[in-house]
Design a protein around this ligand. Structure first.
Ligand code: SF4
Length: 266
């Protein structure tokens, strides 16, 4: 029997994913749509506020999946500290949760999911990666849609629309200067610029992350780190001490060649 399509917005706490979710529901009706969120337990609290307000505005509840572990707990389970090249937290807490949810829609409800991402034209390489991923990874391929790239004719100012037309304040992480709002600024895929921003805005949260890294290093007696410099480990402690010595400002604009993973749907 043919499965009935269900439209699933990959909702992340970002403005673009909120805008795409709204358009998706307008086009296909609430009863055929799902607002999907995977919670890593490291999210910034204001992200939850934003997501709930958006869900209210759209008139549809958030469907949330939680593994129950934090990224840190995943690192301990794998005895591997996540970094820009390999982040098991993303695979376990986001990707696995998503793929099993999608398979359940097929197996339990006889629905055929179509996924919507809020990725914009400037990040089309990420759209390509996701397209490729979902064409192989689940048991059968899953259709992916990127309305910000494929459908809308002009550049959409999602942030402006959400603030000015919907009357919803954006997640505070935007105005604090973070390039993405995942995992409360603690993303292990963030690079030097990202961590400088974290230290400037929330020094305590930076120190929590530094402590996590130090504890991990001691526990497993391994010289590992989230950041790498010249291909070698470079700890958050070393980086903080350098920022303290030389001033944070010059590090804020360090280009981050690391890409936020599938965790970041914008
Ligand atoms: S946003 Fe970063 S830290 Fe959080 S789950 Fe994804 S890769 Fe891990």
């Amino acid at each position: 029997m043919d499965r009935k399509p269900v439209h699933v917005a990959m909702f992340s706490g970002g403005a673009a994913s909120a805008y795409v979710a709204y358009q998706m529901v307008q086009a296909h009706g609430k009863e055929n749509c799902i607002l999907f969120f995977t919670n890593t337990l490291w999210e910034d609290e204001d992200n939850y506020r934003f997501m709930e307000e958006v869900a209210d505005y759209i008139g549809i509840e958030i469907t949330e999946r939680i593994d129950g572990r934090t990224p840190e707990e995943v690192f301990y389970d794998y005895k591997f500290l996540g970094n820009s090249r390999l982040a098991k937290c993303s695979e376990e807490l986001k990707v696995y949760q998503t793929v099993t949810f999608l398979e359940e829609l097929r197996d339990n409800d006889n629905l055929e999911p179509i996924l919507y991402f809020g990725i914009g034209p400037h990040e089309s390489h990420r759209a390509d990666n996701l397209r490729e991923f979902y064409s192989h990874r689940p048991i059968e391929p899953i259709e992916t849609r990127f309305p910000m790239i494929e459908t809308f004719r002009e550049d959409i100012d999602a942030k402006g629309i959400i603030q000015n037309e919907w009357g919803i304040k954006l997640p505070r992480m935007y105005e604090l200067g973070f390039s993405h709002a995942n995992c409360g600024g603690r993303c292990v895929r963030g690079g030097f610029g990202h961590y400088a921003q974290l230290y400037k805005v929330w020094p305590n949260r930076y120190k929590e992350q530094e402590e996590m890294e130090e504890n991990f290093r001691k526990h497993f007696e391994k010289n590992v780190s989230i950041l790498k410099k010249d291909g070698k480990p470079y700890t958050l402690k070393e980086y903080r001490e350098r920022m303290d010595r030389e001033g944070i400002e010059k590090f804020l604009n360090e280009p981050d060649d690391t890409v936020p993973c599938v965790c970041s749907f914008s």
